[in-house]
Design a protein around this ligand. Structure first.
Ligand code: KDO
Length: 331
């Protein structure tokens, strides 16, 4: 058989195709994760646990890139970025979701979720299944798991003692920038001021705001204690962060890969929750040592004020009938 120029070209094309498909199947799927979190906070560290778990269970299949401090996407812009297919993963809040699915605002309400165990039971059970499905169907985002962000406490400059919501009148309390967040600040009795997490330290330092609210581990990780004088242990929101994947990325995974991604997400949550819960128990002593006044206000007065504000709010009109009772009934 004589080799014509055409057979040579065809043979060359075929070997290139084989070679290219070989490269393509061997190439790891890049997964970019974006978060405003600082690197020493537990929900930032859990992303590396997620990455390591996938490296163990699916060697060479994924290339997980973690981008912190809001450098890749600004806080709050992650859901639309995942929806457009520009970002693979993020940790989003109920406040982010409520912007697009108003019934989700029930999970932005203060004094609803009781503790991290209640949070897991609510979201790992029937309620979570129903609400995660809404996010998948309406936003094209797959929630992999809930993680405990911590219990939010009020952290202020100045020495004025805070006992009840009335004591917060006129206090410029920074909240992340969305209606549901601002409402939480208002329900606590303060004057809410929207601002991104990444701008917070400087704003506290300059006195542009009087305070902020975040869980104790985040306060330490972001060093807000350096530029504030007191922490009021209001326990007003047992906060959650949902480790999520763009539906466009999720669809690229094989069934086996989906299972491995879910398993890695659960390991990451376990790491975060265990460390954060332990930290929350120990941090009051740390902040006191740093010279802050750390004390409990009249929590019952805050609970009453906040719960009444939510039930009367326009948000409650979007809540599914009976959802508050169902959440309360989860034991
Ligand atoms: C914050 O901006 O106060 C907040 O705690 C809101 C959360 O939903 C989450 O975005 C978090 O910041 C960031 O992950 C930074 O810790």
């Amino acid at each position: 058989m004589t080799l014509s120029r055409r057979t040579v070209l065809l043979a060359g094309a075929a070997s290139t195709a084989i070679c290219l498909s070989g490269v393509a199947s061997a190439a790891a799927l890049k997964i970019r994760i974006s978060s405003p979190a600082v690197d020493s906070d537990w929900h930032a560290k859990m992303l590396y646990v997620f990455k390591e778990e996938l490296e163990k269970s699916a060697p060479g299949e994924f290339d997980v890139e973690v981008h912190l401090n809001g450098v890749l996407f600004k806080q709050g812009t992650e859901p639309p970025a995942m929806q457009r297919g520009n970002l693979d993963m993020a940790m989003i809040s109920a406040f982010d979701i409520a912007k697009q699915i108003p019934s989700w605002s029930v999970f932005t309400a203060g004094y609803l979720i009781r503790d991290p165990d209640h949070q897991n039971k609510v979201f790992d059970g029937a309620i979570g299944k129903e609400y995660y499905k809404l996010v998948e169907d309406k936003m094209g985002i797959k929630i992999l798991t809930v993680a405990y962000l911590g219990t939010r406490q009020i952290n202020l400059r100045g020495k004025k003692k805070i006992t009840t919501p009335a004591d917060l009148a006129g206090v410029k309390l920074r909240m992340p920038g969305s209606d549901a967040w601002l409402f939480l600040g208002q329900a606590l009795g303060a004057t809410p001021t929207p601002m991104a997490f990444t701008e917070l330290y400087t704003a506290l330092q300059s006195g542009a705001i009087d305070g902020q609210d975040n869980p104790l581990p985040t306060n330490r990780a972001a060093k807000f204690y350096e530029v504030t004088n007191q922490i009021v242990l209001t326990d007003h929101l047992v906060d959650a962060i949902y480790l999520s994947m763009s539906g466009q990325t999720w669809k690229k995974l094989s069934d086996a890969q989906k299972q491995k991604v879910m398993a890695a997400a659960l390991k990451a949550r376990q790491y975060n929750n265990e460390n954060r819960i332990k930290d929350e128990k120990e941090l009051v002593a740390f902040f006191k040592k740093e010279g802050l006044d750390v004390y409990a206000p009249d929590v019952a007065a805050f609970r009453k004020h906040v719960q009444e504000a939510y039930l009367k709010s326009p948000f409650a009109k979007d809540w599914a009938a009976g959802i508050v009772d169902k959440v309360n009934a989860v034991k």
